[in-house]
Ligand binder design. Structure first.
Ligand code: ZN
Length: 198
């Protein structure tokens, strides 16, 4: 039995495809939107569309940004010889929130996962190696402490060995299986300060 007319059902259907949105939340959001002033709804949909249309990868670190270089790579005050490797842009944001890290980043957009068929060629590793042809003092591997994150860290460490570049891994103050984005800033800072050479 259909409870809602087609357009409302379609909207609930689309919303419930978003991560973390179950059918109840999708209904709540759908009715919230339907009760909102039209100009607010237009602003919301325009914002989403324009971000999707204009956001791209930073040509240095591959984080998502709306200009050629992200604000971090474009900042001459950052230490461009220290590169922290993270799995995605949300991890970068988590470290930026600590306001203590002064280096730059490299965003892999994923982690190696043989189980899910994600190999080294499926994440931005080639791009990392290209960056290392310039002067780099340290690569800090800050992938998650999940099985995939650890596998990726080990793979990168092996890849970097012949380059002689100092390669470190953030300390395991980060709980096993923990996503970096959910960890508080103090824990992240401790993990960064307690990093060890690989
Ligand atoms: Zn960048």
């Amino acid at each position: 039995m259909e409870y809602f007319s087609r357009q409302i059902s379609d909207m609930i259907g689309e919303l419930s495809r978003l991560p973390g949105i179950g059918s109840k939340s999708a209904q709540r959001i759908a009715f919230h939107i339907l009760h909102s002033p039209k100009d607010e709804v237009k602003r919301l949909s325009d914002t989403i569309w324009s971000a999707r249309e204009n956001v791209r990868f930073c040509k240095e670190c591959y984080t998502l940004t709306d200009s050629e270089l992200c604000p971090i790579c474009g900042n001459p005050k950052r230490n461009h010889r220290q590169i922290m490797v993270v799995e995605d842009s949300r991890d970068l944001a988590a470290y930026e929130k600590t306001q203590k890290y002064e280096g730059v980043y490299h965003v892999l957009h994923g982690a190696i996962s043989p189980m899910q068929g994600i190999g080294p060629a499926d994440i931005r590793l080639k791009e990392l190696m290209l960056r290392l042809q310039h002067d780099v003092d340290e690569v800090i591997i800050a992938t998650n402490s999940s099985l995939e994150g650890e596998t990726t860290a080990m793979y990168i460490a092996k890849l970097l060995k012949p380059t002689g570049i100092l390669t470190t891994r953030i300390a395991s103050g980060v709980p096993v299986g923990g996503d970096l984005e959910y960890i508080d800033e103090m824990t992240l800072l401790r993990a960064l300060e307690g990093r060890t050479e690989l």
